[in-house]
Design a protein around this ligand. Structure first.
Ligand code: ROI
Length: 165
């Protein structure tokens, strides 16, 4: 059993409902429990000309292997109507493995920790709701230091109501 953090994002087709549906689907995965879900946050897209995103982070405890989990996440994305038309394009649902226990994974299909998580306020602030500030990435970087270097700018934390099922 390992603690895994999943970054979730949507900017199409009722983003909050997309995230709620994704949480339900994560809870159905074999050998997996959802240990926590952050508040939902809204922010502008990092790329101009796209709708605003809603993002959140979920903590999982799972016995799945990393590539098994990746397959399962991609199946959930596809079930929720994800169309892969362009890289970085708007999407109904994006599920990223941010951290997987204290593993460093560098495979063609999967790099963990997620290579840009340290730059993204919409990942770090929801993650900080679930993980201790003393959390260390496998390379020794501390969550508290990543937060200190990534200002809470352009993020709008949504009322807790939006996370209720
Ligand atoms: N911008 C925000 N705010 N949230 C995202 O999840 C997100 N995902 C992306 C790009 C297009 C880079 N911008 C984003 O893939």
């Amino acid at each position: 059993m390992e603690r895994i953090y999943i970054g979730m994002g949507s900017n199409l087709a009722a983003p909050e409902q997309q995230l709620r549906n994704a949480i339900e689907a994560l809870a159905q995965l074999p050998g997996t429990t959802v240990a926590g879900v952050s508040a939902f946050y809204q922010s502008d897209s990092l790329l101009p000309g796209q709708p605003r995103y809603t993002n959140a982070v979920a903590a999982l405890d799972s016995c799945l292997a990393p590539l098994e989990l990746l397959d399962a996440l991609q199946a959930i994305e596809n079930d929720q109507g994800r169309e892969r038309l362009e890289r970085w394009g708007p999407r109904t649902l994006d599920l990223d493995i941010l951290l997987f226990g204290d593993r460093l994974i560098d495979e063609p299909r999967l790099q963990v920790p997620h290579y840009q998580m340290h730059l993204r306020a919409f990942v770090l602030y929801p993650l900080a709701e679930l993980a201790p500030a003393t959390l260390q990435l496998p390379d020794g970087r501390r969550l508290s230091d990543l937060l200190a270097a990534c200002p809470f700018v352009g993020l709008e934390r949504m009322p807790a109501l939006s996370t209720q099922r």
